[in-house]
Ligand binder design. Structure first.
Ligand SMILES: Cc1cc2nc3c(=O)[nH]c(=O)nc-3n(C[C@H](O)[C@H](O)[C@H](O)COP(=O)(O)O)c2cc1C
Length: 196
């Protein structure tokens, strides 16, 4: 079984992120042999990074903070990730960057794909996240879903039918993202096992 975790990248009240996270999970759930789960940052009250111990230090002892421990465990037991992210001031939300920074070896040699939204489909946030994920020794997936800004306006107006239609228009692109993500997930899982 290959475990794919969908990370909900925003936590603010009234957020848009829940709909795209649910939508991409539904797509993933149609693929055989996968266990999928949503990691909602609202469920992990992570402190702003304050550890004396660097996450990448070899032999790092388990974190003491309960939320950080749970978060790290979830990342370590995942084989692949899809991040559902907004763009805040042309970058990723601080809450998401903080969640990335807490972990290091548990991210490594695993693929990460992106579903984003914003005035240019969240593309600028995704570019920054690609760079961060390379430093985390991950494999960022080229095909991404960039949801047009109209979907956000529909969400703000409570027009769920329009949100659903905007997401449906991205179904083909979701398929491309997932095809590539799973290719890398299976290849890297086998490689991790072979070199463990
Ligand atoms: C602090 C902040 C900064 C933002 N900056 C951008 C931005 O740089 N580019 C953009 O396209 N949208 C920006 N937006 C608008 C977001 O795209 C929009 O609020 C969206 O709903 C955010 O996703 P969320 O609802 O899941 O938080 C910003 C929103 C916030 C709250």
């Amino acid at each position: 079984m290959t475990t794919v975790s969908i990370i909900v990248g925003s936590t603010r009240e009234g957020r848009f992120s829940e709909a795209p996270a649910r939508w991409i999970k539904n797509h993933l759930d149609q693929r055989p042999g996968l266990a999928t789960r949503v990691l909602d940052l609202r469920d992990y009250d992570l402190p702003f990074f304050d550890s004396a111990m660097l996450p990448g230090i070899p032999g790092r002892p388990p974190y003491e903070n309960e939320a950080v421990r749970r978060w790290t465990q979830q990342i370590g037991s995942s084989d692949a990730f899809v991040v559902a992210t907004p763009e805040y001031n042309h970058g990723a939300p601080a809450v998401l960057k903080n969640a990335l920074d807490w972990v290091y070896p548990e991210w490594q040699r695993k693929p990460i794909g992106f579903v984003s939204w914003g005035s240019v489909g969240g593309a600028r946030a995704v570019q920054q996240l690609r760079e961060t994920s390379i430093e985390l020794q991950m494999a960022p997936i080229r095909n991404a879903v960039h949801i047009p800004v109209g979907a956000i306006f529909a969400h703000f107006q409570g027009k769920t039918d329009e949100v659903d239609a905007a997401l449906k228009a991205q179904d083909d692109q979701a398929g491309k993202l997932i095809d590539d993500l799973l290719w890398w997930a299976h290849a890297l899982k086998a490689a991790r096992k072979a070199t463990a």
